[in-house]
Design a protein around this ligand. Structure first.
Ligand code: LAN
Length: 727
């Protein structure tokens, strides 16, 4: 149960001893952190480099003789990074960044009476303290963002639940910021929802989320099974919880929060008037008139719901929740649905149920302790994604063939082997799922969702290891590679592009119904240059090895994908990224695709335009730096600092395009080498990834895979270029 917290008021001592934390990796790449209590345990189980690295402690790894050329630097990079490989062959990693996930974890756990260990609580507090905005004490939607009501209201609440006194200086400062922003009446919809579950915001202040939606016939153009999978998987349990108007029982903390979170008297707030009250500091995608009209109509319905209809909706929503839990081993698709599903299962089945216990077990997979404390991750890890890139980097640079790396690559292949999904989901069509047989997902097979580009990168890595490296066992059969191709071919949209998890199912006007004011482009799947490239580059490699398998389908898929990529190029020459920051990221992918069909600097105006754009953006120091704000505004916004990872993406772009002049590439290499530390690693710089336009998310392993890849590739590239005569 939630016992009182023994929190000393100040100093490092108030948190835990970092030398006692250990990362456990098991079952196909699951990550869970544990705290060793006794000295006996400590002696038996020493901290390894992986633990130390992710905890931000000195790893003790030795300095390496300084690299004299780019390949040496890449090799040194891998010397370090190899130490971070887990015994099962993958690279564990922190997947933080979003600042609206930890409050869900804390509020959801509190509501369901699911306790945390004392050390977890303390470290979550440390994380929130460390992540408070240095200027004003609030929190934003992600770690680098400005303070918003969504971030500040929810994280403040989390701190209070975790046991921090309202008079603690961090709370005092955060509350002042919250009040300066206007308080929680103007918190965005998902904040209103969490606070309503906690009984510190009134259900009448929410736009309705009727579960009846799920009982509508599937053929309706707006039926939620046509929404983007993340949104529908969040709204399934939300509609259930809204339908039953779940509310925590009042207690002293709740009474107190009702006073702390608002500028006005809680009991006098006109709740219905708050439904569309969204703070300007938070708002990214304002409600459409259509959304507001539908919400008003539904609010009237809410006053006189039709009981059999509501029951039918609740029943269907609950079925979908159960199927999702069972399909994913209770990991669920993502961190928001994870906690909402738990609350729904708790509501229906109580805390003695199997589902409650399983949710509790898998809740751990999202809790990661880093240098700043304990956070809630964006998924249960980015296992496949990280293996995919480093493997390709090593094979393309030739480092894979070096004796000292052989074992590590065999391990990586073993991991990839078990990570391919072999069957379709247990609950398949009835849960509106896309096929999964043959796919790779983003994290683990247990989570088990097909992702188009993860399948592409997974297959590429597997093919590289099995066909381009001599010493590896051939673990993945041709048949299984064909399965991966089959899945990818089911994912192409009529315009030639590939989206993330599924085909684009719904009409584009559904975006008008986006209820979550803080994210853009979330209602349906969209096609992405990044996903499209990962798929067609893997198809192209597959075609080289198996020229007879679905030849026409593959040719056609590549051709149509290129048409899509052409259409997406921006007039200035770049492509807009959706999952990494931003134009630098997507342009790398797009130029790789164009090179597949022979469109390079020499032959194609498009490729030249892209290169000229990148060259224009290269900074004096030889690097590139783009801000996460580019993703919000879909235009290049310079970062104040040069970024190593982006410099690698931009340089890779130039190399894919066969850019003929060595000088910009040499300068980029110099920059990346100059930032390498004596032990071969690179320091963490700005956050690398993004989703839904506004929320930045961290890919800390990118600072290894992309520099290693780029440096090794540039070494070979510049050598080749040296042999040629440059015009
Ligand atoms: C991810 C992470 C991986 C990412 C790539 C594979 C990089 C991308 O190319 C395709 C989309 C995908 C799979 C993706 C989708 C959205 C995710 C799951 C995330 C960015 C990680 C967190 C995010 C998820 C939506 C966060 C929860 C928030 C909601 C708005 C529901």
């Amino acid at each position: 149960m939630w016992t009182p917290l023994d929190l000393p008021s100040t100093g490092e001592k108030q948190f835990t001893d970092y030398s006692r934390w250990r990362l456990i990796v098991n079952d196909g790449g699951r990550h869970t952190w544990t705290y060793l209590r006794t000295d006996e345990e400590l002696e038996k189980w020493p901290q390894n480099e992986i633990d130390k690295f992710w905890l931000g402690q000195p790893t003790g790894l030795p300095d390496i003789p300084k690299a004299t050329n780019a390949l040496d630097a890449a090799r040194n990079g891998y010397k370090f990074y190899k130490h971070l490989q887990s015994h099962d062959g993958h690279w564990a990693g922190e997947y933080g960044g979003p600042m609206f996930l930890l409050p869900g974890l804390v509020i959801g756990s509190y509501l369901t009476g699911m306790p945390f260990k004392q050390e977890e609580r303390l470290e979550m507090i440390r994380y929130l303290f460390n992540r408070a905005h240095p200027d004003d004490g609030g929190w934003g939607i992600h770690v680098e963002g400005h303070s918003t009501v969504f971030g500040t209201g929810l994280n403040y609440t989390a701190l209070r639940i975790l046991g921090v006194d309202k008079d603690h200086p961090v709370c005092v400062r955060a509350r002042a910021k919250l009040h300066q922003l206007g308080g929680c009446t103007s918190i965005p919809a998902w904040g209103k929802f969490w606070l309503s579950l906690l009984n510190v915001y009134d259900w009448a202040g929410n736009n309705p989320v009727p579960p009846e939606l799920w009982a509508l016939p599937d053929w309706l153009p707006f039926h939620p099974h046509k929404w983007w999978i993340h949104v529908r998987n969040v709204y399934i349990p939300m509609s259930y919880l809204y339908g039953v108007k779940y509310q925590m029982e009042e207690n002293d903390l709740i009474f107190s929060l009702r006073e702390e979170l608002y500028n006005e008297n809680y009991y006098k707030i006109n709740w219905p008037a708050q439904c569309n009250n969204i703070n300007k500091a938070d708002e990214y995608a304002p409600h459409s008139a259509l959304f507001n009209t539908i919400s008003s109509i539904l609010s009237v319905y809410e006053l006189c719901t039709i009981p059999p209809l509501r029951r039918a909706g609740l029943k269907r929503a609950y079925q979908l929740i159960v199927m999702e839990d069972e399909n994913t081993g209770y990991q669920t698709l993502g961190p928001v649905s994870k906690m909402f599903n738990l609350i729904a299962r708790f509501h229906a089945e109580g805390s003695d149920s199997f589902s409650y216990k399983e949710h509790m077990l898998k809740r751990k997979d999202f809790m990661w302790i880093g240098a700043e404390g304990m956070m809630m991750c964006g998924t249960n890890g980015s296992q496949l994604w990280d293996v995919g890139f480093i493997v390709q980097a090593l094979v393309e640079t030739g480092l894979a063939e070096e004796e000292e790396n052989k074992e590590s690559l065999v391990k990586a292949l073993e991991w990839l082997d078990q990570a391919q999904i072999r069957t379709n989901p247990k609950h398949y069509k009835e849960a509106y799922r896309h096929t999964t047989k043959g796919a790779w997902g983003f994290s683990t097979t247990e989570q088990g969702y097909t992702v188009s580009d993860c399948t592409g990168e997974g297959l590429k890595a597997a093919m590289y290891l099995q066909f381009n490296v001599e010493h590896t066992p051939k673990l993945i059969s041709k048949e299984r590679m064909c399965d991966a191709v089959d899945v990818m071919l089911t994912l192409q949209n009529p315009n030639g592009g590939f989206a993330s998890y599924e085909l684009v199912r719904g009409p584009s006007w559904l975006e008008l119904l986006n209820p979550a004011e803080v994210f853009g482009n979330i209602m349906i799947e969209y096609c992405y240059p990044e996903c499209t490239t990962s798929v067609i580059t893997s198809l192209a490699i597959f075609r080289q090895h198996f020229p007879d398998y679905r030849t026409r389908d593959i040719d056609c898929a590549i051709k149509n994908a290129i048409t899509y990529l052409h259409a997406e190029q921006q007039p200035e020459g770049g492509w807009i990224g959706s999952w990494g920051i931003c134009i630098t990221y997507a342009t790398q992918f797009a130029l790789e695709s164009l090179s597949l069909v022979g469109e390079t600097y020499e032959t194609s105006e498009r490729s030249r335009r892209a290169c000229h754009f990148l060259i224009k953006m290269q900074r004096e120091d030889g690097g590139w730096g783009e801000s996460y704000k580019s993703c919000e505004q879909s235009r290049w916004i310079e970062h104040e600092n040069t970024q190593v990872v982006q410099t690698c993406w931009a340089t890779m772009s130039l190399m894919y395009a066969k850019y003929p002049h060595p000088e910009p590439i040499e300068r980029a290499v110099q920059l990346v080498m100059s930032r390498q530390r004596p032990d071969g690693s690179w320091p963490q710089e700005a956050i690398e990834g993004v989703f839904n336009k506004t929320c930045a998310i961290a890919y800390p392993n990118f600072k290894f895979s992309f520099p290693i890849w780029m440096l090794g590739k540039a070494h070979l590239y510049l050598k080749e270029l040296g042999k040629k005569k440059i015009p």
